[in-house]
Design a protein around this ligand. Structure first.
Ligand code: NAP
Length: 291
């Protein structure tokens, strides 16, 4: 109806309120030497792997830990060995005063936060049936795995909005480490599944809210990864992944922290500049239907 639109007609476009630096900015940036990241739960496991991989990418890293200073110092040593630098900072992400300190110390050390990785997370101390699991476990998991990341993201995002875009046109990036449990029902740890599903929704909410400010928010969704968190269920998953005739994953091995870290690095290096609110599966193929 009405024939073709004249080629010169203006096209309404809901574009972001920031400008990309363009090709020249990308070339000039070359190294990410001045970029800085705050990684929660970076002393061990997946978080440590992320810290080291970000160091390889030239990031300076604030290595957050809850109680294990020795492990945090070892993570810092590995970060330095990988050619990066950073510092360790204690803080329980479930505690408001600790989150304030995390952000304040990172800002004081680096001047800005280019990347927040919400990685810190815990499983239930006891895997209890859905009909028996208690409020204490629910509150613990809710506090560390969802409330903490939500309010930390809120706080860091305010700072990112206030800072100038970097050479690639982004004011910051946020990556949430969720889980296949965000969509997989395990009735012996329903609390964990519920908070991971919540973290997945949180990714979309912040992606929508922050896109106009040049901040992409994405989710990396690990499958079964060999860390302290899964050490207690090693025999169970050895059977499910490797020994059973047809494993739960087409790729018949445990995932490693490095597998997850490489995905986070790709996001940290803006390899997916047009992706936000997206979930990146690092799960050996766990997540699709097979027949
Ligand atoms: P992990 O080996 O048990 O390491 C947990 C890390 O989180 C440690 O650095 C620990 O610090 C820190 N942490 C624990 N509670 C904290 C708190 N309240 N505040 C700040 N930091 C805290 O666990 P992981 O396997 O690497 O898991 C990392 C993330 O990946 C979690 O969100 C987990 O849900 C998710 N994930 C893991 C798997 C898996 O198979 N391993 C699969 C899917 C998703 P300290 O060293 O000081 O205790």
């Amino acid at each position: 109806m009405g024939g073709p639109r004249p080629r010169s007609a203006p096209v309404a476009r809901a574009g972001p309120a920031f400008c990309f630096a363009g090709l020249q900015g990308r070339v000039l940036l070359g190294s990410m030497a001045t970029s800085s990241a705050l990684v929660t739960g970076a002393s061990r496991g997946i978080g440590r792997g992320i810290a080291v991989e970000l160091a390889r990418a030239g990031y300076r890293v604030a290595i957050n830990y809850a109680g294990n200073l020795e492990a945090a110092n070892e993570a810092l040593r590995l970060v330095r060995a990988a050619g990066g630098d950073g510092f360790v900072v204690q803080g329980d992400v479930a505690v408001a005063a600790d989150r304030d300190r995390l952000v304040a110390e990172t800002q004081a050390q680096f001047g800005r936060i280019d990347l927040l990785v919400n990685n810190a997370g815990v499983g239930p101390k006891v895997r209890a049936d859905l009909l028996d699991s208690g409020e204490e476990s629910f509150d613990r998991l809710f506090g560390i795995n969802l409330k903490g990341p939500f309010f930390l993201t809120q706080q860091v995002a305010r700072g990112m909005i206030a800072q100038e875009p970097d050479a690639r046109g982004f004011r910051g990036r946020i990556v949430n480490i969720t889980s296949i449990s965000a969509y997989t029902a395990s009735i012996n740890r329903g609390d964990y599944c519920m908070v991971k599903a919540g973290l997945s929704m949180m990714t979309k909410l912040f992606a929508e809210r922050l896109a106009p400010h040049g901040i992409n928010v994405n989710e990396v969704r690990p499958g079964v990864i060999a860390t302290d968190l899964t050490a207690g269920v090693k025999a169970k998953y050895d059977k499910l992944i490797i020994q059973d005739e047809r494993g739960i994953t087409p790729i018949r091995r445990w995932g490693t922290p490095e597998d997850v870290a490489l995905a986070v690095r790709a996001l940290a290096e803006d390899r997916f500049p047009f992706s936000t609110g997206a979930a990146f599966d690092v799960d050996g193929g766990f997540g699709f239907f097979r027949l």
